[in-house]
Design a protein around this ligand. Structure first.
Ligand SMILES: *Cc1c(COP(=O)(O)O)cnc(C)c1O
Length: 246
């Protein structure tokens, strides 16, 4: 198991390096984040022990379940799933350094209130639905700038960039349009020069489309399947609103 995961991580790092080289970017301009939904803690631990450090869950429940088992291994936790406001308190108990899936004003507001109460701050990315698919979370592209302005007024939340899930399609050019749109929004928000808003990070690209994302400027690629293998649960369980509301 150890060598399998280590081998796959190495393959992914090679893919990242090659995509960076093709697009005249330095290899260290792209961070690899491991998407660990459904992956048992021991397999995640194996990945962390290769020296990899950045991981992310989609559900607070899974974050909680694996927390103790992973505590002893140095790593950084992001959160990339749809966050219900009643899970905020729990999220904050588990050392998440960045919420990549901030996608609506009421979530920002509630998160801010809780962070204030606890005297904490948090880094966030704004998640944009660039594919227009209804099953995807994220603010509509037209609303991204306004959400950035709203969030910038909440001093516990530090915006560092944008996140998106590209269209799940074999047609590379259609997928590329999603990533281009995210980059366009990044430029739009930079041009608005909102005090306190940084736009350093573009979190985009997964196992199937990370090369395209890197060509379009990704600084974080989020990879699950290519490291840990196929998941037992369909992704609709994580991405579809009607299923998530339970
Ligand atoms: C599962 C997931 C990923 C990783 O997807 P793979 O196709 O398994 O690489 C990336 N981002 C988010 C938000 C996810 O939920």
């Amino acid at each position: 198991m150890t060598t399998e995961i280590a081998d796959r991580l190495q393959q992914i790092n090679t893919r990242i390096q090659q995509a960076c080289a093709r697009s005249q970017r330095s290899a260290d301009s792209v961070k690899l984040l491991l998407a660990t939904k459904t992956v048992p803690a021991d397999r995640i631990k194996t990945a962390l022990e290769t020296g990899h450090t950045l991981i992310a869950e989609n559900k607070v429940q899974e974050l909680k379940e694996k927390y103790d088992a992973l505590k002893a291994v140095p790593h950084e936790n992001h959160f990339i799933g749809h966050l219900q406001t009643n899970k905020i308190k729990d999220l904050l108990k588990h050392d998440v350094t960045c919420l990549q899936s901030l996608d609506r004003p009421d979530l920002a507001e509630k998160l801010h209130q809780r962070l204030q109460l606890e005297g904490k701050k948090m880094t966030v990315l704004i998640q944009v639905n660039t594919s227009g698919e209804e099953s995807k979370f994220g603010i509509a592209p037209e609303g991204a700038l306004q959400l950035a302005e709203q969030v910038s007024r909440l001093d516990t939340l530090q915006i560092k960039g944008l996140m998106t899930i590209g269209l799940l399609s074999a047609e590379t050019e259609k997928v590329r349009q999603c990533f281009r749109l995210l980059r366009f929004l990044q430029q739009q928000i930079i041009a608005a020069a909102i005090p306190g808003v940084a736009m350093d990070e573009l979190s985009m690209g997964m196992s199937g489309d990370m090369e395209t994302a890197i060509e379009e400027g990704a600084t974080i690629v989020r990879v699950g399947t290519a490291v840990f293998g196929q998941r037992p649960t369909p992704d609709s369980y994580y991405w579809n609103e009607s299923v998530n509301v339970r």
